[in-house]
Design a protein around this ligand. Structure first.
Ligand code: AMP
Length: 277
């Protein structure tokens, strides 16, 4: 039976009694198959599975979509019960950030590029909440999607730097039938923009095709990607080709290259990425 825990004290009570390996999947809810693939990975690899559902206010800037972020706890819980998740940690914002809260965890440099360039305070919120959740849930393995590739690298850096006893496991991106990466924010798209949004994946596939056919010029690849997105009315936040481990920009295509894109349709900001060689 899936047990829901709303307080830090209740969750910590459970962690004292863990037996075997504990797998953890942190989420902001409104679950889709992308999230559920992480739950399946945790179930497969661990003895106990914990999923958190918490729309973390500190990773949203004041002008972002905290208020409108989609939520449906009853539906989420049904999915998690079907997968026989052991524990769902579902705290309130004041449980996590009580009055007088003052502490932040920050990873430098790699949080200020890519998504961090247009969302400069975002990763500070992410690293702080994940740090807190790791301390509360005490997992052996934490399962995260490659969908948020920069987040994955930042959290691997944080857990390494702070000597956390947790392995951060990256899992593949789950896509809709047309290739759009699943995301809770896809919900916001109009029918027309939903159709156009497949251009993110198409631009990444084109980059992969060019790289695999021997194109070594990063700018030529980025130009081809830009054209595909602009033809679909997407407002480009960034298109980058970076090293998969360091996130540093590639000067030419060699090994470990990953293309990443962030594109806006109206107020909806979508991200995607693909290893291109
Ligand atoms: P979120 O609820 O957006 O904070 O996402 C929670 C976790 O699910 C993060 O590790 C995301 O990277 C992961 N995730 C979100 N969408 C996908 C997807 N389409 N495929 C795989 N993982 C995903």
């Amino acid at each position: 039976m899936t047990k829901v825990l709303n307080t830090v004290a209740e969750m910590k009570e459970i962690t004292r009694k863990y037996k075997g390996q504990v797998g953890f999947v942190p989420t902001m809810g409104y679950l889709h198959q992308g999230h559920l693939s992480l739950v399946e990975a945790a179930k497969k690899n661990c003895d106990t599975t914990v999923v958190s559902i918490f729309v973390n206010p500190t990773q949203f800037a004041p002008n972002e979509d905290l208020e409108t972020y989609p939520r449906n706890f009853e539906r989420d819980l049904k999915f998690l019960e079907e997968l026989q998740v052991d524990y769902v940690f579902y705290p309130t914002a004041t449980e996590i950030y009580p009055k007088g809260y003052k502490t932040w965890v920050q990873v430098e440099e790699i949080t200020q590029i890519l998504c961090g360039a247009s969302r400069p305070t975002h990763f500070k919120g992410v690293t702080t909440i994940i740090c807190k959740l790791i301390n509360i849930v005490k997992p052996d393995k934490m399962f995260m999607g490659e969908k948020d590739f920069q987040q994955l690298i930042v959290l691997q850096q944080m857990t390494r730097d702070l000597n956390f006893d947790v392995e951060v496991v990256g899992c593949p991106i789950v896509r809709e039938a047309d290739g759009l990466a699943m995301s809770s924010r896809n919900e916001y798209l109009s029918d027309q923009d939903r159709k156009r949004a497949v251009c993110l994946f198409q631009s990444l596939q084109r980059a992969q095709e060019l790289a695999q056919n021997g194109q070594r010029d990063v700018e030529a690849i980025k130009t081809a990607m830009r054209r595909i997105i602009e033809n679909n009315n997407g407002e480009i936040d960034y298109i980058e080709i970076v090293d998969s481990q360091t996130l540093q920009k590639k000067e030419k295509i060699d090994k470990n290259c990953r293309a990443l894109v962030a594109v806006k349709y109206g107020k909806t900001r979508l991200i995607d990425n693909l290893k291109i060689c």
